[in-house]
Design a protein around this ligand. Structure first.
Ligand SMILES: *Cc1c(COP(=O)(O)O)cnc(C)c1O
Length: 369
């Protein structure tokens, strides 16, 4: 069976892990953690970067930093992963779900302003498949209404909006290095703090509510409990693994983009399916290749047929506003486009080592369906 995903190892991960171990400091905020954080700050012009144990944790940190409290409203797309919502639910927020565009699963910027009330505190955007949301329009809305902007950039490493890296727009941005993403560390993530006001507090929350980082830099002469916090920082062993990936980012991205282009060019004249739409302002970081079908029945047939030929294709999110956990709490209108993607989107096998012959076989099969 050709799997949907296969984690790619560059070969240097275990070398750096051994090095991290030999350095004798394998808890968080060590040598490799700094190296990875510096890489992002330098190459993507991000504000402060803090590695976390997952993107979920980075989102939870963002919710704490934004001061989300019981009864606050947070606007986000319904077509997303549960963590985007859970991070704010944990702080007592009410989630206000917005619909996607008809031709792209991202949050429809025209829907956002209609959902704003005096209780709205933040807008969370998700760059689905690493393709940027309409950032100019969304930033204008957030500024006008004094709302926090948070980017769930879990899938959006090395992707751009009008030439500017995703993750550099929001007050906060959260990345994932889960093994299904482009750059991986098993589990892993990162919080980017672009809003300067929050840099100090972010580091404290990251270090269990203590000012330990400032202490290690020699800025204070003792460290103690100064705020709320949790254990959001990963071991340096995880960071060492991540470094083995990051130093190969260009190579990994080049191959993924080749795969994406083979799929796109091979399928672009296929009737019966719709290919992903990449707006002019956005780049494509080859996080995934998805197609959309006309209806759920056609999708089930496609998945079944691919499976019969030993290819594992999968659907993606179910609408969060219709989930068992949230459907009774959701009081908004129908979200037609979100439901459409929940019912019709298929992700095709996609990973670094997937060879051209297999991709072409998949293309042929889909053309015949
Ligand atoms: C993968 C993903 C997450 C969760 O990332 P973890 O690192 O597994 O916590 C959150 N949001 C989106 C959009 C994702 O794709």
């Amino acid at each position: 069976m050709i799997p949907f995903n296969k984690p790619y190892l560059t070969g240097n991960e275990t070398k750096y892990i051994a090095d991290a171990v030999s350095r004798g400091k394998i808890s968080g905020n060590g040598y490799y953690t700094q190296k990875c954080q510096d890489f992002f700050e330098k190459n993507y012009n991000f504000g402060k970067c803090l590695l976390t144990t997952s993107c979920t944790d980075a989102l939870e940190m963002a919710a704490i930093l934004a001061g989300i409290q019981e009864g606050d409203e947070v606007i986000m797309p319904s077509y997303t992963f549960v963590s985007t919502a859970n991070a704010f639910i944990l702080r007592g927020a009410k989630i206000i779900f917005a619909d996607s565009y008809p031709n792209n699963p991202n949050i429809n910027h025209k829907e956002i302003e209609k959902l704003i009330t005096p209780k709205t505190k933040a807008v969370v955007v998700v760059h689905y498949a690493g393709v940027s949301c309409a950032m100019d329009e969304i930033m204008t809305i957030c500024k006008k209404h004094h709302l926090f902007l948070i980017e769930d950039a879990a899938q959006a490493i090395d992707s751009y909006y009008k030439g500017k890296p995703l993750g550099s727009f929001g007050d906060f941005a959260a990345f994932s290095f889960h093994e299904t993403k482009n750059i991986i560390s098993g589990e892993g993530g990162m919080l980017v703090i672009n809003n300067k006001k929050f840099k100090k507090r972010a580091e404290i929350i990251w270090e269990k509510g203590t000012n330990r980082s400032a202490f290690f830099r020699g800025e204070v002469d003792k460290y103690g409990w100064v705020d709320v916090g949790s254990s959001f920082l990963p071991s340096d062993i995880i960071a060492a693994f991540l470094w083995g990936q990051l130093e190969n980012l260009k190579n990994i991205q080049n191959r993924r983009k080749e795969i994406w282009n083979i799929y796109f060019n091979g399928l672009k004249n296929t009737k019966n399916i719709i290919l992903p739409n990449i707006p002019d302002y956005a780049t494509n970081n080859a996080h995934m290749f998805y197609i959309t079908c006309n209806n759920i029945k056609q999708r089930s047939t496609f998945i079944q047929k691919l499976k019969e030929h030993n290819f594992h294709a999968v659907f993606h999110y179910l609408s969060l506003h219709k989930s068992p956990f949230y459907k009774n709490k959701y009081k908004g209108k129908e979200l037609k486009n979100c439901d459409k993607f929940a019912n019709t989107l298929i992700r095709l096998p996609f990973y670094y080592e997937l060879n051209d012959i297999k991709i072409k076989e998949i293309i042929k099969l889909i053309q015949k369906l």
